[in-house]
Design a protein around this ligand. Structure first.
Ligand code: PGA
Length: 244
């Protein structure tokens, strides 16, 4: 994994968006998974702008949901789908036939996992994953303790994620399980871009980059990835040890 420390949120967003635009221009029919959350907002805004300026064209790309809170769909404010439709799919005029999500309200969630795994297989794997990192080192909703070899699966949420996740909701919301792509998907993706800003992420970032590869900190699995890049602002990179 390559580490790039940037000045701030704006530069992080600019660099991540520029990489995504380059990839899309090389392979317009890419299979892409985008994280929701506070971190990707600036990146997604730039992608929408780039498309409106004719610098990139998403009309052939396919988007697969990274994760969802079990029991929610795009009508639930705070769901990852709600966020992605608001922030990216609608403003970028992405068609419904380009978008695939877990149905996190389905009675048979196992079947939903298989559906998404098959979709990713059909396209020959993910071309690009844009990830944030949780304060506990999670990727998507792969929580500490997860098996790093899993593809799509349902996960019990950690206490940290149940609490931190409240920031996406207007009122207190019971969060119990997540449905998520697995770490194996990230390891096998052609390209992973991880973005992190703010001091709350510094511990998790240090573990991801300089700790051992361990399911206790799922993001550490990216150390194995030959084509992963992390854009970190100074605060998120503050606990990285330098050589000198
Ligand atoms: P955030 O979430 O971008 O809202 O900080 C990151 C994550 O939990 O993966």
């Amino acid at each position: 994994m390559e580490i790039v420390v940037v000045a701030d949120f704006e530069e992080m967003s600019e660099r991540a968006a520029a990489d995504i635009i380059t990839l899309l221009n090389e392979k317009p029919d890419s299979l892409i998974s985008l994280a929701a959350g506070s971190t990707p907002t600036g990146t997604l805004k730039r992608l929408v702008e780039a498309q409106s300026q004719g610098k990139v064209d998403f009309s052939q790309a396919i988007f697969v949901g990274l994760d969802e809170w079990v029991g929610m769909d795009r009508t639930d404010e705070g769901s990852t789908q709600h966020y992605l439709y608001d922030t990216f799919f609608r403003p970028a005029q992405i068609r419904e036939d380009q978008i695939f999500f877990f149905d996190a309200k389905a009675a048979d969630l196992e079947q939903e996992c298989q559906k998404i795994d098959r979709l990713i297989e059909k396209y020959g794997g993910l071309d690009l994953v844009l990830l944030g990192i949780g304060v506990n080192g999670h990727l998507g909703l792969n929580e500490p303790g997860v098996s790093l070899e899993l593809t799509s699966h349902v996960m019990d949420l950690s206490e940290t994620t149940k609490q931190v996740g409240q920031k996406y909701f207007a009122q207190e919301t019971k969060l119990v399980h997540g449905i998520t792509l697995g770490c194996q998907h990230f390891v096998e993706a052609d390209k992973v871009i991880l973005i992190a800003n703010g001091e709350a992420k510094a511990n998790a970032v240090a573990g991801m980059v300089q700790g051992e590869i361990t399911s206790d900190l799922p993001a550490s699995v990216l150390q194995k990835h030959m084509n992963a890049i992390a854009y970190l602002d100074k605060a998120a990179a503050a606990l990285l040890k330098t050589d000198q």
